[in-house]
Design a protein around this ligand. Structure first.
Ligand code: SF4
Length: 310
């Protein structure tokens, strides 16, 4: 028997930080004209990046590729102090699309560092957000990716030690690592509010609910998207087959064989148009109905930076 019903996770897809980051590039293009340079993929989504490329955005990794006098946007993941300083020194016209929730972590690190703190950062090595957050200080920030790393960190002192995390981690894995960190460094200072953002938390909660009711979970998201990967991983941990697709063409009919209820969600950087295309393709495989799960309605919205407001 083929698919019968599609259950849509709620919430799913774009978060406020992604919305704002894309808006910044679009407003910059409208106001200053092409090209607009963007450091790193503005958000980790192939469709979004290609769409902005077609409108005149140029994505670069190294500021050496940006010509003098250009307008430059920093991606939603944030940048290190060194990158900011280099952009200032070279006189670019900069718009910072760093998500305000990532920025909050940066400010915390900068402030505590001035008070003499060292840091444990929980995150994924090489992710641009981790590089940006770790790059807020010149030294004294130690990355742990998993519980077994905790025993291997050796801060210079432990009286002033704080822990920060990447915003898009698995909530459950991060809690486990945090426990290990607290065991090893009982007096470590924790953030007042967890650094994992509302959007990550809500999308993972929704997948937990969804996974109870479906036979397979499809996650719309690009392979580079941390929060999308965490959604597919979470469904699998809960015992449900799960696949990530960057677009509808990647759906494989054999994934749905013998599955009657298909759960569908999307990472925080995946646009709704892709979800609609996946729904259309699932219908072509035989799915009849689409049902939206009950879930939190998100109302978070972040304003555009000065100089780009209408
Ligand atoms: Fe901001 Fe969270 Fe969205 Fe990342 S996933 S852009 S931290 S709201």
């Amino acid at each position: 028997m083929g698919p019968q019903e599609i259950l849509l996770a709620e919430p799913r897809g774009f978060c406020a930080g992604v919305d704002r980051a894309i808006d910044i590039v679009e407003h910059a293009l409208a106001k200053f004209g092409a090209p607009i340079y963007v450091r790193h993929e503005i958000v980790h989504n192939t469709f979004v990046v290609n769409d902005l490329k077609s409108k005149g955005a140029i994505f670069i990794e190294d500021l050496a590729e940006v010509p003098p006098g250009a307008t430059l946007v920093f991606s939603a993941h944030g940048v290190s102090k060194a990158v900011k300083q280099e952009a200032d020194a070279r006189g670019f016209h900069v718009f910072d699309a760093t998500c305000p929730l990532v920025n909050k972590v940066h400010m915390e690190v900068a402030k505590l560092s001035r008070e003499g703190y060292e840091f444990i950062m929980i995150g994924h090595k090489g992710h641009p957000e981790v590089e940006g957050t770790m790059g807020q200080v010149d030294r004294g920030i130690h990355l742990v990716e998993e519980v077994s790393d905790v025993a291997r960190v050796h801060p210079g002192q432990t009286e002033r030690l704080a822990v920060v995390t990447q915003t898009t981690l698995s909530v459950d894995d991060a809690a486990e690592i945090m426990e290990a960190v607290k065991q090893r460094f009982p007096s470590i200072r924790q953030p007042k509010q967890q650094d994992i953002c509302y959007a990550t938390q809500n999308r993972q909660d929704a997948v937990k609910m969804l996974s109870r009711d479906v036979d397979v979970v499809i996650v719309v998201g690009s392979p580079t998207s941390s929060n999308s990967n965490r959604l597919a991983e979470l469904a699998r941990k809960l015992g449900v087959d799960s696949y990530m697709v960057d677009n509808a063409d990647e759906l494989q009919p054999q994934w749905l064989e013998g599955k009657s209820r298909i759960g569908l969600t999307a990472g925080a950087s995946a646009p709704d148009v892709l979800v609609q295309e996946v729904i259309a393709r699932l219908k072509s495989f035989g799915a009849l109905a689409v049902r939206r799960m009950e879930g939190i309605q998100e109302t978070v919205k972040f304003p555009l930076p000065k100089g780009l407001k209408a």
